[in-house]
Design a protein around this ligand. Structure first.
Ligand SMILES: NC(=O)c1ccc[n+]([C@@H]2O[C@H](COP(=O)([O-])OP(=O)(O)OC[C@H]3O[C@@H](n4cnc5c(N)ncnc54)[C@H](O)[C@@H]3O)[C@@H](O)[C@H]2O)c1
Length: 437
């Protein structure tokens, strides 16, 4: 591992004396675990978030992020971590890492407003010798074409000479207890070789393995490749689920069998759609780049989006068919949705396919209620969905129960025993009388 140079990159540029080793901008699902890891290895860390409620909560040891517990926060605070809304804290940091959201705008293109706002804040206080890293997921070219010019223009300093600039994609997987920040290799790409060396040395303190990309574009592309790969393969099995049902083939069993191959195959499983911040959104960033730079479409992404977006409609159609077998129309039936987050065992509801499922059921005049151990109140299209307290007894009172997320607290055999009709979209309950996607 190379050793970090704390001195400025250009001879003679005056270095400031940083009082904190790391400032993290954006204290959400990505920024907070990074701050925790850095504090755990003894770095002095400050967190900047534009939301005063986030900063106040963290300073009171209240975590709003699933994978960071209140106990973790207490440890961080004891190690000197503080959260603030004051951008001036950036001037005191040796390294600044930007972890702000990169959503889509109204036209489905990249919304980089949080990245540019954070970059302005850094640029206004940039000091010789600082390392700036962008971690937000974005299209290839963002670091070089958006972040670097802003920093250089507004500070008068030069990347690779006066300060270091790099991109390092976050690979955090909320709810994953098997892999965390430390044991997941970290990809790092610098604007120049010296920028890369600074970033590699910084992340080498936090993670076991740092993988150096050729440059920032390759590091940006690596992240989008990972997520597009998931997106496309989920679409593949979703389409196969529809086809297999028509053909009378148990796709889940076929996946199990294919997964026995020790090489060349990775199992993906169908579901009611794709959710979360990454998979439904990130491939759009790549599509945007392809269309805006090359003038044609990234067809794989378009096709995967079309298939995945149709899954809620397909789930509702299958639910309707199932009710028909019991001589019940969907209209007027009581339907219970179990698990409305985007994946099991997390509270994150972003882009959850449960929303379009509920919307489509309501459009067909079904009476929808829900249960989720992680969600106390749930609103779809500004109309609250009634919550049941006990999923097992509620399944008895509803005409149809649809398992959308298999949270590990669900007693699936008990649900199968009590539900009048059960539709399992996660492929977890294989027994007569249970409909599986
Ligand atoms: N959540 C994930 O699982 C995940 C995984 C990998 C990569 N990412 C990427 O990481 C980035 C951050 O995602 P996240 O899930 O942590 O988002 P988040 O919404 O959980 O947190 C972002 C935080 O940034 C703050 N913020 C926004 N603009 C700001 C600004 N200008 N200055 C200071 N604070 C600001 C917000 O108040 C919020 O607290 C995104 O680009 C995302 O695509 C997310």
């Amino acid at each position: 591992m190379q050793v970090e140079r704390s001195e400025p990159l250009r001879d003679g540029a005056a270095a400031h004396t940083p009082s904190v080793e790391l400032a993290v901008i954006g204290l959400g699902y990505v920024g907070l675990p990074l701050a925790r890891e850095a504090a755990a290895v003894g770095l002095k860390v400050i967190g900047l978030d534009r939301d005063p409620k986030v900063a106040a909560g963290l300073n009171s040891a209240r975590s709003h992020v699933d994978d960071v517990s209140d106990d973790d926060l207490r440890r961080m605070l004891a190690a000197g971590f503080t959260a603030t809304t004051d951008e001036d804290c950036l001037a005191r940091a040796q390294t600044v890492v930007i972890c702000v959201p990169t959503p889509l705008n109204g036209d489905g293109g990249p919304d980089l407003s949080a990245v540019t706002a954070a970059t302005h804040a850094v640029a206004a206080r940039l000091r010789p010798g600082q390392l700036v890293v962008l971690e937000s997921t974005t299209y290839p070219g963002t670091t070089e074409e958006v972040v670097r010019p802003l920093l250089e223009r507004e500070s008068g300093l030069k990347a690779g000479a006066d300060f270091a600039l790099a991109f390092s994609p976050e690979r955090i997987d909320p709810g994953n207890t098997g892999h965390g920040l430390r044991d997941t290799p970290k990809v790092v790409g610098g604007c120049t070789p010296s920028c890369a060396a600074r970033a590699v040395a910084f992340y080498g303190k936090l993670v076991d393995t740092v993988v150096q990309a050729k440059g920032t574009r390759e590091a940006e592309m690596a992240k989008l490749l990972e997520n597009t790969y998931r997106h496309v393969n989920i679409a593949l099995v979703n389409e196969l689920a529809v086809i297999s049902h028509e053909l009378g083939i148990d796709l889940w069993d076929a996946i199990r069998c294919a997964d026995s191959k020790p090489f060349g195959f990775q199992a993906f499983r169908p579901g009611a759609g794709v959710g979360g911040h990454c998979i439904p959104i990130d491939p759009n960033y790549l599509s945007y780049k392809v269309r805006s730079s090359l003038g044609y479409d990234f067809r794989f992404v378009g096709l995967a989006q079309e298939i995945n977006r149709r899954m809620p409609e397909y789930v509702v159609r299958r639910a309707q068919d199932l009710l028909n077998t019991a001589d019940r129309p969907l209209h007027g039936s009581r339907v219970l949705l179990l698990g409305v987050t985007y994946k099991p065992d997390v509270a994150d509801q972003r882009e959850s396919p449960a929303v379009p499922v509920a919307r489509l059921l309501r459009r067909r005049e079904a009476e929808v209620s829900f249960h989720d151990p992680y969600v106390a109140a749930w609103t779809v299209d500004d109309v609250p969905v009634p919550r049941v307290d006990d999923p097992r007894s509620a399944a008895r009172d509803h005409d149809l129960t649809i398992l959308l997320q298999d949270h590990s607290s669900y007693d699936l055999p008990a649900l199968a025993d009590t539900a009048r009709l059960l539709f399992d979209t996660r492929g977890r309950i294989f027994r007569p009388g249970v409909e599986v996607l």
